[in-house]
Unconditional design. Structure first.
Length: 176
């Protein structure tokens, strides 16, 4: 086997990316404190052609050198918007017929592998603060709560890892 060169990967340029039909998934970052995590979410969202990222509460906004360090330019490709109040955003999206799922460990959560996708439906996934998780009021307002199964002694993942796991699963269910 031979590693592929960047020129062989068929990557989109910024203009091609912006014109490309996006996967109908919205990422909502609820009070994320780590700039590196925010940048990683942009980069992962770019990789999966995610429609949009909403940055809420204390979540920092581009341009910022610490976000850029991990985003590697994805803040220029992925559509994003800052909204101060996550709960207001969730309610607005629900009125627009977007299904909102908080990624959180809660009573009666749906395990990620059991979450069924409806084709032609738009989804928003909420990822919470590194310490406190998704705000309870946002969890309570969500249409679903999805849990990533974990089997070790730690029952939390870094938010950037959680975003990668969840987006891969949802994109796989929507596209393949």
């Amino acid at each position: 086997m031979r590693k592929l060169k960047n020129s062989e990967l068929g990557r989109l340029n910024v203009e091609e990316f912006k014109k490309k039909k996006k996967i109908p998934i919205i990422v909502i970052l609820d009070n994320i404190r780590s700039l590196n995590n925010i940048g990683s979410v942009f980069r992962t969202s770019d990789a999966f052609l995610i429609e949009k990222i909403y940055l809420c509460g204390i979540t920092a906004k581009p341009p910022h050198k610490e976000i850029h360090k991990t985003a590697l330019g994805a803040t220029e490709t992925v559509a994003w918007e800052y909204v101060e109040n996550t709960l207001d955003l969730v309610r607005k999206l629900q009125k627009e017929d977007v299904f909102v799922s908080s990624i959180e460990q809660v009573e009666n959560s749906i395990l990620l592998q059991d979450f069924k996708i409806e084709q032609n439906q738009k989804y928003a996934v909420v990822f919470g603060n590194e310490v406190k998780g998704v705000q309870q009021e946002v969890v309570s307002a969500s249409d679903y709560c999805i849990e990533i199964p974990q089997f070790g002694t730690k029952h939390s993942l870094n938010i950037s890892v959680s975003v990668g796991v969840v987006l891969w699963d949802l994109v796989k269910k929507l596209k393949f």
